[in-house]
Design a binder for this molecule. Structure first.
Ligand code: GUN
Ligand code: ZN
Length: 429
C-alpha cells in the first residue's frame, strides 16, 4: 500500500543553535510512503512522478505543515488521572496524589484501559514516540508495551523499581525489581519498535541495594536506556543527601552504582552544581527539561543554556502527570517562557528541532526517529497554524515559516494537530 502525503514538509538535519544550515523545507512538498516507510521526500513535482508510477493513493494535507512526529522523552503513563492535582510540591504531591493513583495499576484491566487511553492521547497530540515510566507492577509495563506494539509505535518504557518510602502496594525489593525487570527485558526489548528502560524511580524510593541492582542490570544489558529523576526540588535533594551521606552530591548517588552514560535520562536536573554538570557531560548523561511540570510543582527553572554550555545533551518533555499538557507544543510554549526569564528567547526553529530530532538525539535514537528521510518509518505530525479562530487571525499577519511555527508553539495544542501518522497509518480521529 503506497501513499503520497502532500503538504508543507519540514524536517531538521542539524540544531539551529549550532548551524545556520539546519532544516529542509518544501513549501509545495510531498512524502511517498510504502509499507510504512518513507520512500521519497521533497518537492511535490519530483516525488509525484515516482508516486504516479507507483500508483500511490493521495492524501492532501495542504496547506498544513508536515513534520516528524513529536518525541516525549519523560512521561509517566500511570499518571493519566493525576494531572491537575492541586496544591502540593513534589514530595507531598507524590504521597497525596501520585502513589494512590499508581496503586491501581496492580490491576491488569485498569492498566490496559489506561494504556490505551494514554497512547491515544499521545497520538492525538502528535507524539509518536515516548520514553515512559510505568508503575512498579509488571502488569503496567505489559499493558503499555502491548498497546504501543498494536499501534506500531517506537516506545521506550520500563516498570519503576522502588523499595522504600512509598505505600506497601508500590514496593518491590532489590531482588524482585531485578527479576521482574529482567523478565520484562527478555519479553519486550527489541520486539518490533519497543525498547526497555531500566527505571529506578529516584534515589528516595530506592535503597542503596536496589540502586546497585539497577546498576547490575545496566551492566548486564549495555545499550538499554536508564531513566530516573535528579535534583528536581530542594526538599527532595535534602532528603536524598540525608539518605546517601557518602555521596558527594545527588548525581553521585547514581554515579556510584554505574547508572550514568549516554543512554541515561535524568528527568528535571534543575538544581545542579558545576561538578554535576561536568560529570554529566563527561559521561554523556542526558538532562530532560520538563517545563510545565517544573512550573506546576514550583520546582524551579531548568537552565538549558548552562547545561548545553557545559556540554550536556538536553531533551524537552511533558512529564505528565506533574506536567500539565500532553502537547509538545504547549510544552515548548512554557520552555520559551522559562528561557525568556533567563534572558534567552528560544527561536521557534530551535524549539521544533528540540521536540523532534533533538529529542531523538537525547534518546540516542536519531538514526530511527525524529527526521523525515528515505528509509525511515513514516512517523509524522500534520500541524495547522490556523487551527483556532485566534490562531487564524494571528496567522493572517504572519510573514514567514518561523512566525507560523511560533504561533503553533505559543497558541497550539491538540487542536492544531490535523493528523498523526505512525508507520504511515493515520492515528487521529
Ligand atoms: N520524582 C520521582 N517520581 C516522580 C514523579 O512521578 N514525577 C515527578 N515530577 N518527579 C518524580
Ligand atoms: Zn518524572
Amino acid at each position: 500500500m503506497k501513499t503520497l502525503v502532500r503538504g508543507r514538509v519540514l524536517t531538521f538535519h542539524a540544531d539551529p543553535a549550532d548551524s545556520a544550515d539546519n532544516h529542509d523545507y518544501h513549501e509545495n512538498g510531498a512524502i511517498l510512503i510504502d509499507a510504512g516507510r518513507i520512500v521519497a521526500v521533497g518537492d511535490h513535482a519530483d516525488v509525484a512522478a515516482r508516486a504516479d508510477a507507483a500508483g500511490a493513493a493521495l492524501i492532501d494535507h495542504r496547506p498544513h505543515i508536515v513534520m516528524p512526529g513529536f518525541i516525549d522523552p519523560h512521561i509517566h503513563f500511570p499518571q493519566v488521572q493525576v494531572i491537575a492535582s492541586w496544591g502540593e510540591q513534589l514530595l507531598d504531591w507524590l504521597n497525596t496524589y501520585t502513589f494512590p493513583a499508581e496503586l491501581k495499576f496492580a490491576d491488569a484491566a485498569h492498566a490496559g484501559a489506561m494504556a490505551g487511553a494514554f497512547l491515544d492521547l499521545l497520538l492525538a497530540h502528535g507524539t509518536t514516540t515516548a520514553c515512559a515510566f510505568c508503575s512498579v507492577h509488571p502488569e503496567s509495563a505489559e499493558a503499555l508495551f502491548a498497546g504501543a506494539q498494536a499501534r506500531g509505535m517506537a516506545m521506550v518504557a520500563g516498570k519503576v523499581m522502588m523499595d522504600r518510602n512509598a505505600p506497601d502496594g508500590l514496593l518491590d525489593t532489590p531482588q524482585r525489581g531485578y527479576d521482574e525487570t529482567t523478565a520484562l527485558i527478555a519479553r519486550w526489548h527489541g520486539r518490533d519498535r519497543l525498547r526497555y528502560a531500566i527505571s529506578p524511580r529516584f534515589a528516595i524510593t530506592s535503597t542503596p541495594e536496589q540502586l546497585r541492582a539497577a546498576g547490575t542490570l545496566a551492566a548486564e544489558h549495555p545499550g538499554l536506556h536508564v531513566q530516573t529523576h535528579l535534583s528536581e526540588n530542594r526538599a527532595e535533594i535534602d532528603f536524598t543527601l540525608s539518605l546517601y551521606p557518602q555521596a558527594r552530591d545527588y548525581l553521585d548517588v547514581y554515579d556510584r552504582e554505574g547508572l550514568l552514560g549516554p543512554r541515561t535520562l535524568m528527568g528535571h536536573a534543575i538544581h545542579l552544581g558545576a561538578r554535576e554538570l561536568a560529570r554529566m557531560a563527561d559521561t554523556g548523561t542526558r538532562a530532560i527539561h520538563c517545563p510545565t511540570s517544573n512550573l506546576f510543582l514550583g520546582s524551579g527553572l531548568f537552565d538549558d543554556h548552562s547545561a548545553r554550555a557545559a556540554g550536556v545533551v538536553t531533551g524537552v518533555a511533558t512529564d505528565i502527570g506533574a506536567g500539565t499538557s500532553y502537547s509538545m507544543l504547549a510544552t515548548l510554549n512554557e520552555a520559551y517562557k522559562i528561557a525568556q526569564l533567563q534572558g534567552r528567547p528560544m527561536h521557534p526553529l530551535q524549539a521544533f528541532h528540540w521536540a523532534t530530532r533533538g529529542n531523538a538525539i537525547a534518546l540516542g535514537m536519531e538514526d530511527e526517529i525524529g527526521r523525515i528521510a528515505p528509509g525511515r518509518h513514516a512517523d509524522l505530525v500534520v500541524l495547522d497554524p490556523r487551527a483556532t479562530p485566534a490562531m487564524a487571525l494571528r496567522a493572517d499577519a504572519a510573514g514567514s515559516l518561523a512566525e507560523e511555527l511560533f504561533i503553533l508553539q505559543i497558541m497550539g495544542d491538540d487542536r492544531a494537530v490535523a493528523q498523526t501518522y505512525v508507520q504511515g497509518r493515520a492515528m487521529k480521529g
